[in-house]
Structures are given as C-alpha cells and as structure tokens.
Design a protein around this ligand. Structure first.
Ligand SMILES: CC(C)(COP(=O)(O)OP(=O)(O)OC[C@H]1O[C@@H](n2cnc3c(N)ncnc32)[C@H](O)[C@@H]1OP(=O)(O)O)[C@@H](O)C(=O)NCCC(=O)NCCS
Length: 195
C-alpha cells in the first residue's frame, strides 16, 4: 500500500514536471532538479534530451546550469550524456554550455563540479586577456571524481582515473592514475588500471 502511494506520488510529480517543462521551458526542470524526487529525476532528464544509461543512480539534487541561458546552450539537456551503472552524487554541478559525457561505471561523488565554459565578457578589459572558452568534459569508463572536485572545460578524466576530493583538474588525467591537489597533479599509477 505504502509503496503504491510513493509510486503514485512520483508519477504525479513526473506528469506535473513534464507538463510544466513543456509549457515553461527546460529552466523549470533545471529548477525542480535542485530538490527533486529522485524517482523522477532520470525520467525528466531523458524527457528533455539527456541520455542516461541503465542502472545509473542519481542520488538527489543536481545543479544544472546553462541548459538554456548560454550562447552555446542547446535549450534542453542534450549536452548531458551519462552511461550505464554510473553513480552521480548529491549536488553535482553540471554546466551544460558544452557537452558533459560520463561513461559507464563512473562515480561522481557529491558536490563535484563540471565547468564547461569560461567567460568574462562583461569586462571589456578582461575579455581580451581571457577570451571565452567552451569545451566538452569527458569522464571515461570506471573513473572516480572525488567529493567536491572540479573539472575544467575541455578536460578528460581517463579510464579508471581518480580525482581526489576537492582537487581541481585543469588538464587531462591519464587512465589508471590518481590526481590530487590544486591544480591536480598525478601522484600514483595503478597497476593494470590503464586497460
Ligand atoms: C584520492 C583518494 C582515494 C586517495 O586515497 P588513498 O589511496 O588512501 O591515498 P593516500 O591517502 O595514501 O594519499 C596519497 C597521497 O595523495 C595525497 N592526497 C590524497 N587525497 C588528496 C586530496 N583529496 N587532495 C590533496 N592531496 C591528497 C595524500 O596526502 C598523499 O600524499 P603523500 O604521498 O605526499 O603523503 C582519497 O584521498 C580521496 O580523495 N577520496 C575521495 C573520497 C570521496 O570523495 N568520498 C565521497 C563519497 S564516495
């Protein structure tokens, strides 16, 4: 009985979200996903263009930025591709100005941030020094991004690589290696982790 009620509420939330998203745009769904019913999250992501593979868990809140506001935005969640059997921790920050591709079996711990663009265009001076950048992020199969870590535009986290908690990854992480610190540096290679 209790389970049927929980499923019924989730279905109602999904239908309401779908309708509101179709009427008000994807920014409504992005707002809802900051405090969602986790049973509804993956369905809504898929309904608005994201790819999410089977057996993937999205723990709770997602902070999705730039699904629609940025000049490179797609206007939906199609820049987000999450493979099968992934774990996406609470409060992950996903900047969808460009693509974020998370391959199968990857683990994203809570409060990790994926920043796909950098722009200081409102400052005439700084925008000449730091031209706008916008580039995809890829997290390869089996990689682990630790709690509160940040990945910058254009960076790939290699297969079975680990990014330590609160680290800042500015360049590609080699497969099967541990990166830690700000900026993150390689400190270890795992035997057999490259294959
Ligand atoms: C990366 C991690 C897995 C490494 O664990 P470990 O194998 O026990 O490694 P060690 O503690 O031996 O650390 C190896 C070196 O990296 C350093 N290091 C480890 N994690 C670090 C981090 N997050 N930031 C900076 N340095 C770090 C250690 O100080 C050590 O340096 P040293 O060799 O100069 O002493 C772990 O530190 C980590 O960050 N885990 C993430 C936990 C998490 O995100 N949990 C969320 C729920 S899943």
């Amino acid at each position: 009985m209790r389970n049927s009620i929980i499923r019924g509420i989730a279905f109602l939330e999904y239908c309401t979200g779908l309708l509101a998203g179709r009427m008000c745009g994807v920014s409504f769904i992005a707002r809802y996903l900051r405090n969602p019913n986790p049973r509804v999250t993956i369905k809504l992501l898929r309904a608005f263009g994201a790819t999410v593979g089977r057996d993937t868990t999205i723990k709770r809140a997602l902070v999705i930025d730039n699904a629609s506001e940025d000049q490179n935005s797609s206007g939906d969640f199609s820049h987000l591709k999450i493979g099968a059997n992934c774990y996406i921790g609470d409060n992950s920050f996903l900047d969808l100005a460009d693509h974020i591709i998370i391959e199968d079996n990857a683990i994203i711990s809570a409060n990790a941030s994926f920043v796909t663009h950098a722009s200081c265009g409102r400052s005439p001076y700084l925008s000449t020094k730091f031209p706008r950048k916008c580039a995809r992020i890829v997290v390869k199969t089996g990689a682990w991004v630790g709690y509160g870590a940040t990945v910058f535009p254009g960076v790939t986290v290699g297969r079975n690589a680990v990014l330590g908690a609160h680290s800042l990854l500015l360049e590609d992480a080699d497969p099967g290696c541990l990166y830690v610190g700000i900026p993150a540096k390689k400190v270890q290679e795992f035997a057999g982790g490259q294959s």
